[in-house]
Each structure stands twice: as C-alpha cells, then as structure tokens.
Design a protein around this ligand. Structure first.
Ligand SMILES: NC(=O)c1ccc[n+]([C@@H]2O[C@H](COP(=O)([O-])OP(=O)(O)OC[C@H]3O[C@@H](n4cnc5c(N)ncnc54)[C@H](O)[C@@H]3O)[C@@H](O)[C@H]2O)c1
Length: 420
C-alpha cells in the first residue's frame, strides 16, 4: 500500500532508526527464523494488522516480520513517552505507516490510535488494551472484520479479562503475556534490567548503598528487586499479596508496609499495575530528595495530582527528572512523568528478551489466521506448542542443548504403579 497515513516527528531520522533496527535484529534470532519462514510461506497474506505498541527497535522487527508474512501493518504508540522517533521514521520508509511521536499529548495519542484503526484491522495487537477498548467503545463498526487480537502485557490482560467477565468482549484475544516464554523472561529480566537502566540514565545515581523500595513483587518486581540488589542497593519490597510477600522475604528482601518504607526509601519504583500505590500520605513522610519512578503500564501508580497539590512549583532539573518543591521545603523528584521509566528514559527491554515475546506475537498472528472463525470469543492462552517452540528455538539460537527423556523415564513419569 502507499504510505500516507502516518505521523512521525522527523522523517530525516530514518537512517539512524534503520541502523538501530538492524542492530536489534542481530539479537532476535527466533524472530529472524520466523521472518525467513514467513517470507517463503506468506501465512498473513493480505491480512490487515493494526498494532498499538511501544515504537522501539524490537517492535519494528516484529512489524517487519508480520510484513514479511504478507500482512499490511499499521502502527501507533501504546504510550505517549515510549516512542523512539528515529524508529518511527524508519518504519515509514519500510512502508509501515506509523503514528507516534515521543511526548505526544493525550489528544494526539488517541488521534494516532484512530488513524491506525482507519486501516480496518483484521488483527489487533495491543500493549495495554487501548486499541481494543477503542474498537469496542468508539469504533465498533470495525468489529465485523476482526479475526482476533493479541495483548502483550499484564495490565492489558487484566482489562480484557474484565471485558470478558462483563460480557463486553466481542472478538477472541490471545494473552501473550501469559506465555511462559513471555513473562518469565520479558517481565523479569527485561523490566528488571531496563528499569535500572532508565533510572540510571535519567539520574546517574549510584545504586550501591541506596535504600530502594520496590512496589509489587510480581514478575516485574522480581526483576527490578533482583537487579537493584545486584547493584548494591538495600532493597525493600512492599506487597499486598501474602504469598508473594513471603517469597520476597525468603528471597532475602526486607518486606514492610509502605507507610514505614516511605520514611526511609531513597528511590521508589512501582511495578504493580495498580492505582495510587504511592499516595499523598506516603508523599507526606518521604525524605527530602526522594526519587520516584514507575515501570508499571500506566502512569497511575504514583498519585501525581496529589504531588502537584502539595507543591509550590516544579522544574525540570535534568531530562526526565522533575523536581517538585513542596510547601514544607522538601524536594521530591519524579522521573519520566511517572510513565514506564524503562521506555521513557531508556530504550525499553533489550532485543534478546523481546525476541521471545515477539516470536509469540508473530506465531499467534499466524495462529489467529489459521483458526479464523473457530476460536471462542474470550481471552485465550498462547497455545502450549507455540510457547514450547519459542523456548526450543531460543535455546537452539543460544547454542544450548538439553536432555531428552528415555523411553523408560517417559513410562515411569506417566505411571503410578512404581513407588517406594
Ligand atoms: N515497563 C515495562 O516494560 C513493563 C513490562 C512488562 C509489564 N509491565 C507492567 O508492569 C506491571 C506489573 O506487571 P507484572 O507482570 O509484574 O504483574 P504481576 O501481576 O505479576 O505483579 C504485580 C504485583 O503487584 C502487587 N500489587 C498490586 N497492588 C499493590 C499495591 N497497592 N501495593 C503493593 N503491591 C501491589 C500484586 O499483588 C502483584 O504481586 C503491569 O502494569 C504490567 O503491564 C511493564
């Protein structure tokens, strides 16, 4: 198709974007193998796909893989601050209309979603469910054409499951995040490393010796806590779920309620997917100079309106670092407007881990097309054979071989007769 439905910051950045996309591709061997097969077999021939994703080098490689499979792909951003403008420009050159500008306001953000939907998608790919909810609420005329959709992240899946529960979901969705080859790795090692990277790039703080409060000990929280500890930080975990809190204790972290942690933390990192986790009462007792960052999907985890109301003014002291001057004389520093800091101030997850997430996305797009009209309207798990295939290919690409069960072991593991 002719590329005309795009909106990017500056097309002249395309050359730099192209090189960075190529660099990331070197670390995405599984996506690479799928791309080679897609180019030959064209399993997505003529299928219109709209993707609402973080516009990063890794997403570009997903889009190019879907395109190699014959799809007609249009993209928009899934967060106003996560777009890499050079990548967006390069995507337009690759004939993938992209609607995304880093720092866009909410009106532009939703205008971009609308443009991506104007292509009348047959498959929607989301990271946070803004595209699918827009289809269901404002563009329901498009639903008749839709084969199905895929959702990348925990928060998006929570939204989809409540749509399903309320009887509002109108086409089948695949929960990519629930694949083991997604959340075991992407959420833990990807978010862990890149969150520390984002905060480091924004602030250049020394982690060693800092008291770092991690909000939520889920898959992302595991990664953030593990990596902060490895940098020499003293990590405190806050949780609301007893099993996860217990796990944090036994993993060697201090666990305490946030009202207590708020008084002693130097750096606070939320990764809960919840709202107002850091609230006015906590802001009131924080130390002068406390740093707040969020790596959860939405910028709702820190109560920013409360912080604004407590302040006499604010200034940008460094890129992505906002100093709030409080009425009582303290300063609190908010990073990246409370948006996911790994994408706002760094580059998001490293390509090697997105290789697995986006291999799942690519294979699930193929699965949706193959099963057109056959899937129930609900949130589906990634088929186990896809999950296992992604793990197998990743191990192969890493040059790692594993053992196989002997016939005797297979028989033993599927029987009950043999005991003590
Ligand atoms: N930054 C990124 O690139 C990135 C990547 C993957 C996921 N995410 C997002 O990160 C968030 C977390 O994802 P996850 O996969 O770790 O989810 P998860 O469900 O595994 O973990 C969330 C944890 O937060 C805890 N929690 C909820 N409310 C809390 C509160 N008020 N106080 C303390 N703990 C609370 C829950 O009990 C749970 O253990 C989601 O919004 C997800 O979409 C971001």
């Amino acid at each position: 198709m002719a590329v005309d439905n795009y909106d990017v910051k500056d097309l002249s950045l395309a050359g730099v974007g192209r090189q960075r996309i190529e660099w990331a591709y070197r670390e995405m061997p599984v996506v690479g193998l799928i791309r080679e097969r897609f180019a030959k077999e064209k399993p997505l021939s003529g299928v219109r796909i709209s993707g609402c994703l973080h516009i990063t080098t890794e997403t570009a490689n997903l889009a190019l893989t879907l395109q190699a499979g014959g799809a007609d792909v249009v993209l928009c951003a899934s967060n106003p601050l996560s777009t890499q403008d050079d990548v967006a420009a390069a995507l337009v050159e690759y004939d993938i209309p992209t609607n995304a500008i880093k720092g866009e306001d909410d009106v532009t953000y939703y205008k971009h979603i609308d443009t991506a939907l104007d292509n009348r998608p047959q498959i929607t790919i989301d990271d946070g469910a803004d595209l699918v909810t827009t289809v269901h609420t404002k563009r329901s005329d498009l639903i008749a054409d839709v084969i199905g959709g895929a959702e990348e992240t925990t928060t998006g899946i929570i939204r989809l499951r409540s749509m399903e529960k309320d009887g509002k979901l109108r086409y089948p969705m695949i929960a990519i995040n629930d694949a083991q080859t997604k959340h075991f790795f992407d959420n833990r090692y990807g978010t862990g490393q890149s969150t520390i990277d984002g905060i480091t790039r924004a602030t250049n703080i020394l982690w060693a010796g800092k008291k770092v409060v991690v909000g939520g000990y889920g898959w992302c929280g595991h990664g953030v806590a593990m990596r902060a500890k490895a940098m020499g930080a003293h990590v405190i975990v806050i949780e609301v779920e007893p099993v996860r809190a217990l796990e944090a204790v036994m993993d060697g972290f201090q666990v305490m309620p946030l009202p207590e942690a708020a008084k002693i933390g130097d750096v606070f990192i939320t990764v809960t997917g919840d709202k107002n986790v850091i609230d006015e009462a906590h802001l009131k007792v924080m130390k002068d100079g406390a740093i707040l960052a969020n790596s959860g999907h939405f910028n709702a985890e820190i109560n920013i309106p409360a912080l604004e109301a407590m302040s006499t003014g604010k200034r940008t002291i460094r890129d992505f670092v906002e100093e709030y001057s409080l009425k009582d004389g303290r300063s609190i520093f908010l990073l990246g407007e409370g948006r996911l800091i790994n994408l706002a101030a760094a580059e998001g997850h490293p390509a090697s881990v997105m290789d697995m997430s986006f291999a799942n996305q690519s294979l699930c797009a193929e699965y949706l097309v193959k099963n057109r009209g056959k899937l129930e309207i609900r949130v589906h798990r990634v088929p186990e054979e896809i999950d296992k295939e992604v793990a197998r290919l990743k191990l192969h690409a890493m040059g790692v071989e594993i053992d196989t069960l002997t016939a005797e072991q297979e028989k033993y593991l599927s029987s009950w007769q043999e005991g003590t």
